[in-house]
Design a protein around this ligand. Structure first.
Ligand SMILES: Nc1ncnc2c1ncn2[C@@H]1O[C@H](COP(=O)(O)OP(=O)(O)O)[C@@H](O)[C@H]1O
Ligand SMILES: O=C(CO)[C@@H](O)[C@H](O)COP(=O)(O)O
Length: 500
């Protein structure tokens, strides 16, 4: 049998999947790594932790699967997006990576908009939000000039891991779109944006497509991991592009709901004609010559993980999430807004913070868990409403990511969205998508669509329950009042905290 490996470099952990030619996930392993939050709004990781985590997970995968390394023909990646990894001329990392959920860059984001305005959106098809890479580069240039002076190039998280595994330094296109330095229609670095912000074009690495064979595993990494140095390595994709591929989102009428650390509602865009005017993100897909749009809830799975870590660190995840079933729709009068690290969609606001509204002496911890699960999905509903306003009413959504492990959460999605929710055999859409890129890159299939027909299997469909739908519609209207009514209060608290 022949195999491929999909490496999904997430924010909470790296997950590696061993997939055979029939699309069966034969083995999987994962390795967690820490997130550093040195100041409010700051989120950093050590790029070497990603490499060591990937190495350990692959060692474990090989040890437990019984598959010999020479049977593994190809490997590719899915990567958390936007994270800035600055490298010097010798390829050494200059500072911790500044991640997608780091919001220190409000000033730089505003400066980009003030300088380029609508022209910036025309080129990149996105507003310059804090999470994207360009504002992070400008932050380092302004605040750490001695580090910036040493920077020869920059890459994104999975591109850095690929560099360490192959010795080849590139940036893959679907991820490059998330830097907002790319002219997404022309698929090339924007000279105009680089010039506007005094960045040399040489800072931007060579671009490769998702299914491009960039090389093979170095002798050093092969020896350390147990992989074979002949295994072909392919470009890979942004985690949401890979998640879409792994969920089979390959046509405009299909949509995905992903609950990882972040949360995403996404659809396939065949071309650049639909203009969301920067309200949604719009990036190159890892499917050649196509695009996708999406809205992002910054703290989706992260809100739940934070809540569990803070109030029930010893409970098992399944028991903790399952306890919400003992609560009610609306959690006995409790609502949660998941803005705990700021928000992106529909409110591009780095300063908003989360809330529990309606705390009552009768409520129990299970009500709070329920409110967290529901609040995250209400935030997704806000994104679906933007799609609906643009004429896109999907019949169903495919749900992926760690959150898709919970049947209760999947039913809540069906009831709040009033749509069918599809659960796949594997919730690891991004890892499967990465494996599919390697399978297509190797020529096992002539297209990602053909590969999807072989690799993706539905486990169960969750249908909305009319009585629940009506209650959630009423609650969503109340939820929508939280942002405008708490913005001033949470902003003042953040200012207070920053003065301490
Ligand atoms: N058993 C579970 N039920 C529901 N949600 C879960 C469960 N286990 C983990 N999660 C959620 O999944 C999230 C991690 O999902 P994952 O797709 O692995 O994220 P990432 O790719 O960002 O590392 C966690 O933040 C957590 O909230
Ligand atoms: O910033 C974005 C998308 O724009 C995030 O979706 C990151 O790509 C992180 O993904 P996860 O770790 O949540 O999968």
């Amino acid at each position: 049998m022949k195999y491929v490996i999909g490496v999904d470099l997430g924010t909470s952990a790296v997950k590696v999947l061993l997939v055979d030619q029939n699309g069966t996930v034969t083995a999987q392993a994962s390795e967690a790594y820490p997130l550093q939050q040195p100041a409010p709004g700051y989120n950093e990781q050590n790029p070497d932790d990603w490499v060591q985590g990937t190495l350990t997970a692959i060692q474990h995968l090989l040890a437990t699967s019984g598959v010999t390394a020479s049977e593994i023909e190809g490997l590719s990646y899915s990567g958390q997006m936007h994270g800035l990894v600055l490298l010097d001329a010798a390829g050494q990392v200059l500072r911790p990576a500044i991640l997608w959920n780091d919001t220190r860059t409000t000033k730089q984001s505003e400066e980009i908009m003030a300088k380029m305005g609508p022209r910036f959106i025309e080129i990149t098809r996105n507003r310059p939000l804090e999470g994207f890479t360009l504002p992070k580069i400008l932050w380092v240039k302004e605040n750490e000039p001695e580090i910036f002076a040493q920077a020869a190039t920059f890459v994104l998280p999975k591109d850095y891991v690929r560099y360490r595994m192959t010795g080849q330094l590139n940036m893959e296109l679907s991820d490059a779109a998330g830097t907002v330095l790319l002219d997404i229609a022309k698929k090339e670095w924007s000279r105009e944006i680089c010039a506007a912000f005094g960045l040399p074009l040489s800072l931007c690495p060579p671009l490769v497509e998702a299914t491009t064979n960039v090389g093979t595993i170095t002798a050093e990494f092969a020896q350390a991991s147990g992989l074979c140095s002949q295994t072909a390595v392919f470009g890979g994709g942004a985690d949401n592009a890979c998640g879409a591929i792994g969920a089979g989102i390959l046509h405009p009428d299909q949509a995905m709901c992903s609950i990882g650390t972040s949360g995403v509602i996404l659809t396939y865009e065949p071309d650049t004609t639909t203009d969301y005017h920067g309200q949604l993100h719009f990036f190159n897909h890892a499917v050649p010559n196509s695009f996708y749009s999406m809205g992002v809830t910054l703290a989706a799975g992260y809100s739940l993980s934070w809540f569990k870590q803070t109030f029930a660190p010893d409970a098992s995840f399944n028991d903790f999430v399952g306890s919400a079933a003992t609560s009610t729709i609306g959690a006995h009068g409790l609502l949660f807004a998941p803005y705990i690290v700021g928000e992106r969609t529909p409110y591009a606001d780095a300063k908003i913070r989360g809330s529990f509204i309606g705390i009552d002496g009768k409520q129990e911890r299970s009500d709070f868990v329920r409110a967290v699960l529901e609040g995250i999905v209400f935030s997704f509903k806000d994104i679906l409403d933007i799609y609906a306003a643009n004429g896109k009413n999907f019949k169903q959504l495919v749900s992926i990511g760690g959150g898709a492990k919970s049947p209760l959460w999947l039913q809540i999605q069906a009831d709040i969205f009033n749509k069918d929710i599809v659960r796949l055999e594997s919730e690891q859409g991004p890892g499967l998508g990465a494996a599919m890129l390697a399978a297509v890159g190797l020529g096992w299939f002539d297209s990602l669509s053909t590969c999807a027909d072989h690799f993706i299997a539905v486990k169960k469909v969750y249908h909305p329950v009319a009585e629940h739908v009506a209650k959630y519609a009423q609650l969503h209207q109340i939820y929508q009042q939280i942002y405008p009514q708490t913005k001033g209060i949470t902003g003042a608290l953040l200012d207070y905290e920053e003065q301490q």
